[in-house]
Design a protein around this ligand. Structure first.
Ligand SMILES: Nc1ncnc2c1ncn2[C@@H]1O[C@H](COP(=O)(O)OP(=O)(O)OP(=O)(O)O)[C@@H](O)[C@H]1O
Ligand SMILES: [Mg+2]
Length: 262
């Protein structure tokens, strides 16, 4: 059993297990997330990162053990836990502001409120001036920002992000990372972010959880200690950044060495 986290958690997993039919994916995982924390999940392909996000989102149910949000077991999806998809998953026939305000449209909120939300969130993600554009008029990075803004507009307590920046070029990706850290500071939203990039995890996270390969059971945890403001690009060259990247790289290589075929 592995226990990590703070005494006043927003999310707790207690001996969480998940199986697809007979295939175990998560075994006996215990951890907790503090409200407002930015946690990155790293781990080899197939180790269960997406499965864990789906459990938190309420799209899947635990096979065993407990998963609770603010002390209550998660029994299904809810507006307090929102997912940002890798593709941004925008509606092509809606403008940027209509996409952002989609949740308010579903709740039949008045046009003025939707416009105000569209404008405010577009500004927050650096898309002011693009409110009336359609997705086909945007770059990949801009679409991804609309996806983040749409989720934020719904006011979730936890934002679940599954490799959201994997499909954009390196420079855009770095800009999006810096913007996400500004948004995190501005909103106080708890973020669970899955990535394959060690650099991305170290740059973004307050804490990194490294899931074991399917054969292992040993979760690892790293607390990131980088200077504020966290979005400062120079942090990518900071000695703590470089040291942690190396530590985690060695750890992941060692984990892979234990898996046949690597
Ligand atoms: N719907 C499904 N039915 C059966 N097995 C599944 C299903 N979805 C995922 N799996 C299996 O569960 C395991 C964990 O999958 P998951 O998608 O959570 O891994 P991951 O860590 O997100 O991998 P990646 O880094 O490649 O995205 C894998 O072995 C996968 O084959
Ligand atoms: Mg995945």
């Amino acid at each position: 059993m592995h226990r990590y986290g703070s005494p006043v958690p927003i999310l707790t997993a207690n001996r969480l297990c998940f199986r697809y039919q007979d295939q175990p994916v998560l075994s006996d995982a215990s951890f907790s997330l503090e409200a407002g924390e930015f946690v990155c999940l790293l781990g080899p392909s197939g180790c269960g990162k997406t499965t864990l996000l789906n459990l938190i989102a309420g799209f899947l149910m635990p096979s065993d053990g407990e998963l609770a949000f603010e002390g209550r077991p998660i029994t299904g999806p809810g507006p307090d836990r929102a997912v940002v998809f890798q593709s941004g998953a925008l509606f092509d026939w809606m403008t940027v502001e209509e996409n952002i305000a989609f949740n308010l449209t579903c709740r039949k909120r008045p046009l003025a409120e939707r416009r105000e939300m569209g404008t405010r969130m577009a500004r927050l993600v650096g898309l002011q001036g693009f409110e009336r554009h359609y997705p086909y008029q945007l770059s990949g990075g801009m679409k991804q920002r609309v996806g983040v803004a749409r989720v934020l507009a719904a006011g979730p307590r936890i934002m679940l992000m599954d490799e959201p920046f994997a499909a954009v070029d390196v420079q855009t990706r770095e800009t999006l990372q810096e913007e996400l850290l500004r948004i995190h500071a501005a909103t106080g939203c708890t973020i669970v972010f899955v990535t394959h990039s060690i650099e991305e995890a170290v740059f973004l996270a307050d804490r990194i959880l490294v899931l074991p390969s399917q054969k292992g059971t040993d979760w690892k945890e790293h607390r990131v200690d980088l200077p504020a403001p966290r979005w400062a690009a120079e942090n990518r060259l900071h000695p703590s950044f470089v040291a942690m990247r190396e530590t985690i790289y060695r750890e992941l290589r060692k984990g892979l060495a234990d898996v046949p075929g690597h």
